[in-house]
Structures are given as C-alpha cells and as structure tokens.
Ligand binder design. Structure first.
Ligand code: UDP
Length: 355
C-alpha cells in the first residue's frame, strides 16, 4: 500500500505537545514500513523525527481540545497549519492509496467527502467537543469502517457510531525498554502536565508515603503546575523535564510503580504499557484505557476513580506484583508486530470496501 499519514496539528512530532498520539504514530509508521508498505508522513514544521519520511508543513498550531469547553465553536488561527496540511494532501492524493488522519479536529472529518482517496480517521481522545462528535458520527455513517479508536471505553464516550468500529489499541518497540527487577525507593508519574491528568493526586501519594515522585513530561499548563507545588509543599518530588524514550525508560524502570491519575476517560495511556515493558507495575484509577490495560493484582492495581486513599493503599502493597509478569504482558499483548497487524488489517478492509 501507498500510505499518507497526516499528523496531529497541535505540535511538531517529538515535542511532546501531541501527547501519546505522537508515540503511537511513530510506532505505527515504523512497523508499517517494516511490513513493506510505502509511507509518507505530513507533520508540523519543527518535527524532529529524522529516521522517518516526514514532509514538514508550516503554519500556526491548533489549540488543544482538552482546554476548550464542549460547546466552543471550532476555531482556526490565521495561516492555519491544519488547513495547510490538508491542502498538501489535496495536491498529492493521486499518488497514494489511503490517507490516515491522526488529528483530533473537525476539519479532516469535514473534508473527507471532498477527497477522491479514502481517508481513515484514528481518533486519539475520548469525546470532548459537540461539533466534533457530530461530524464523527456523520462520517461513520457515510464511510462505514473508516473510524478507528484506541479502546472500547474511549469509543463509548461518543454518541452511537455506525459499525464496524475498529479498536486498534497500542504497541511499543519492546527492545527500547529495559527490564529492571530491582527498583529504587521511588515512584514515577509520566505525561503532559495538564489538569485532565490529575498530577496533584500523585503529589498527594508522595506526600503521604514519603516516597520520592519522579515527574517526567511536557508542562502544558504552567499555572496548574505551580499550583500543585504550592498545594503540596511537603511532597518529595523531582521534575526531570520532557525526556526522550531512552532517558525516560531508564528512570521509569528504577521506580517501584507508575502512578496514573487520569481525571478524564483516558483513551489509552501509552505510559502504562511503557511502564509494563520496564517491569514496572501500574497503579491507576479504574477508568478508561488503563482499566483495560492493567490486570488488577497481576500487573498493578486498579483503584476507585479519584480515590487518593486507594492509590496510597495500593502503593503500600505494590511489592506483591511480580515485575517479570508486567514485562511478559507487555511483550505478549503490546508488541509492535501485534499493533502493525491490526492497523494493516484496518487499512486493507477500508480499501477492499471501497473497491
Ligand atoms: N513522554 C515522553 N517523555 C516524557 C514523558 C512522557 O516521551 O518525559 C511520552 C510518553 O512516551 C507517552 C506520552 O508522552 O507516549 C504520553 O502519552 P499518553 O498516551 O500516556 O497520554 P496523552 O498525552 O495522550 O493523554
């Protein structure tokens, strides 16, 4: 197949602004190329992935959907990057078999019927916007089978969609994550620092247990980050910045557990499988993607949503989890090969239904 992937318009690839969809796109792209398909990625200027074929497009970034109200009208900056990327797609569509949209935004769905080429839409977050919900439902009716999600829990946040719906989950290159059997007395928290991620609850765990919290990830909301530090002055923590996978997995592997504190229905939670790959148990609220990734009492603990005392209690008994079981689960369920098979089948199904 000749495939054109169109990236998220909220930040350059490699910046961390796009969150987990950046890693997902990277991994899907690598595996699709390994399987012998031709691939071109269209992405914002400033993207730093030199090992993959990236066509860089300039323009102003889209605002992240998580920071907007449900009823906020769709907005476009002047010289919009998102529109510029789709203008490029329009110019080259004849050279490809299929376009895959990774943007969580209204425009690519709206434009779908105007293109001759089939367009697959990978939806990377749960429902956040009425306008986006409406256009996703419309496209699922007009082009059945072209909408893909990470998990059923994520898809359930949207109004009823027309089947078939594709659940594509996620996967990582296990060779990039080292297994660590002997952790230090420290906990990890990973991700974009933004209110929907609930980092303050991990600070509460660190303060109560007096175990140092290693915080890694992009600061997306500086005032939120400052407020957490003021509210938990006695929490032992270290902020290490937004790290590369190589640096991140080294510190993550040495942690007793990864604490996940999503306030929203997390679509998937790539950080959960990255932790498992290092042999690190995951303690999370039992909601959204993490609830389908973590096997309670086997690869971590799922606690009552928003219960900080539940997180603290689980942290105290995390030694009960066998770290090798965590690594083995990642290897079996979340490998790149398994991920590539699912995406390839989705693409083939779309092309067959068009033919
Ligand atoms: N991440 C990273 N370096 C860091 C912290 C996080 O590369 O220092 C990446 C991590 O690998 C993951 C992403 O940030 O891919 C967070 O994605 P996740 O799916 O957990 O949440 P999202 O941001 O999509 O809500």
């Amino acid at each position: 197949m000749k495939l054109l992937f169109v990236s998220t318009p909220v930040g350059p690839l490699g910046s961390g602004l796009g969150g987990g969809v950046e890693l997902s796109l990277y991994n899907i792209a690598r595996e699709i190329i390994r399987r012998g398909h031709d691939l071109q990625i269209v992405a914002p200027a400033g993207s730093t992935w030199d090992d993959l074929p990236v066509m860089q497009i300039s323009g102003n970034l889209q605002i992240i959907a998580q920071s907007l109200e449900r009823q906020t009208p769709i907005t476009m900056p002047c010289n919009p990057l998102l529109a510029n990327m789709w203008d490029y797609v329009r110019q080259v569509e004849n050279e490809y078999d299929l376009v895959v949209n990774f943007a969580y935004d209204w425009l690519p769905f709206y434009l779908t019927p105007f293109f001759k080429i089939p367009i697959a839409h990978f939806v990377s977050m749960g429902s956040l916007s009425d306008a986006l919900d409406q256009i996703i439902v419309k496209i699922s009716k007009q082009f059945p089978g072209t909408i893909g999600f990470y998990t059923p829990a994520q898809a359930d946040t949207f109004p009823k969609l027309i089947s078939p719906i594709y659940y594509l989950s996620s996967g990582i290159d296990l060779s990039l994550y080292q297994f660590c059997s002997q952790p230090k007395q420290q906990l990890a928290w990973l991700g974009r620092i933004s209110p929907e991620k609930g980092l303050e609850d991990a600070f509460a765990v660190a303060e109560s247990t007096n175990i140092s919290l290693k915080v890694m990830g992009k600061i997306q909301d500086e005032s939120y980050w400052q407020k957490i530090q003021q509210d938990y002055p006695n929490a032992p923590f270290e902020y290490l910045g937004f790290l590369s996978t190589k640096e991140m997995q080294q510190i993550l592997g040495e942690c007793k557990a990864l604490i996940m504190t999503p306030r929203w229905v997390e679509a998937f939670g790539n950080v959960a499988i990255e932790a498992l790959a290092c042999g690190v148990p995951v303690i999370s609220y039992s909601r959204g993607g993490p609830a389908s990734i973590i096997k309670n009492n086997e690869t971590g603990f799922l606690v009552k949503p928003d219960s900080v005392s539940g997180l603290i209690e689980a942290t105290k008994r995390v030694e009960q989890i066998n770290r090798q079981t965590c690594r083995d689960t990642a290897q079996k369920v979340f490998s790149l090969e398994v991920l590539g098979e699912r995406f390839e089948k989705w693409f083939v199904d779309i092309l067959n239904s068009r033919a």
